[in-house]
Design a protein around this ligand. Structure first.
Ligand code: ATP
Length: 222
């Protein structure tokens, strides 16, 4: 289904979103103050327009009200990002996603009505840090301030043991929600399932519990 999107700010983050949405066949209105950026995106997005998103009249003239989802990817200029978000909220845009530059910016964006605040540098930093701690930690996704999902390879402490043997819920307070084997995914695996090499566990839990689970079962001591 084709949907209409607008991406405001075509830096690395906004530019990448604009490219991917366009590649998926979506209608994208790309907006940036910078003429060079607009030149770069004029053959990628459905429409690419030089405009200042802090100018409400300009946004109205661009027909922003008819767009389902607006992504505000202005990073450095926090004031412009906040002002743009306020204008979009006032105009009643259905869905607004905004890139936050820091925690303070994120707090304000949540207060003024952004539907979804993303913090790509911080989130990617966390994911990479977990992967640096252990090659067995494949991915790390924050669900809330204190809960996450982690994707881990069954390491030497787990292979050959069943989920009952490991009793991850009782011992670490986290839940194994699925196990991936090659391209298969076994959702809610049975307790008797014995872990094999190359199995990937998807584990959900409170950050403090996941941290214990990682330290005791995932990180190999060599
Ligand atoms: P990234 O890390 O994703 O490259 P960034 O966090 O460095 O981006 P900026 O370079 O500050 O983000 O801004 C991204 C883009 O937003 C720039 O191309 C800039 O021209 C554009 N921009 C900034 N203010 C506005 C505005 N008021 N209206 C439209 N575009 C704007």
């Amino acid at each position: 289904m084709k949907r209409d999107y607008a991406v405001i700010g075509l830096g690395r983050f906004g530019g990448s979103i604009c490219r991917e949405l366009s590649m998926e066949g979506m209608q994208v209105l790309a907006i940036d103050l910078d003429e060079d950026k607009i030149h770069e995106f004029k053959n990628i997005a459905s429409h690419a327009v030089i405009a200042d998103s802090t100018d409400e009249t300009t946004l109205k003239e661009l027909g922003i009200k008819n767009i389902d989802h607006v992504i505000v990817a202005i990073g450095d200029n926090i004031q412009a990002s906040i002002l743009t978000t306020v204008i979009l909220t006032d105009l009643g845009i259905k869905k607004i996603t905004v890139k936050a530059q820091n925690d303070y910016h994120e707090k304000i964006l949540n207060k003024i009505g952004a539907d979804h605040v993303v913090h790509p540098e911080r989130d990617m930093g966390k994911r990479i840090a977990h992967n640096i701690i252990s090659n067995n930690i494949l991915d790390y996704l924050e669900l809330s301030d204190d809960h996450s999902i982690v994707e881990v390879k069954a390491g030497e402490k787990m292979v050959g043991k069943s989920l009952v043997d490991l009793d991850i819920r009782a011992n670490y307070g986290c839940n194994v929600v699925a196990i991936k084997q090659d391209k298969e995914i076994n959702v809610s695996p049975e307790a008797e399932y014995t872990l094999q090499e190359d199995d990937i566990l998807i584990v959900i839990g409170a950050d403090k519990d996941i941290s214990r689970f990682e330290k005791q079962l995932v990180i190999d001591d060599d």
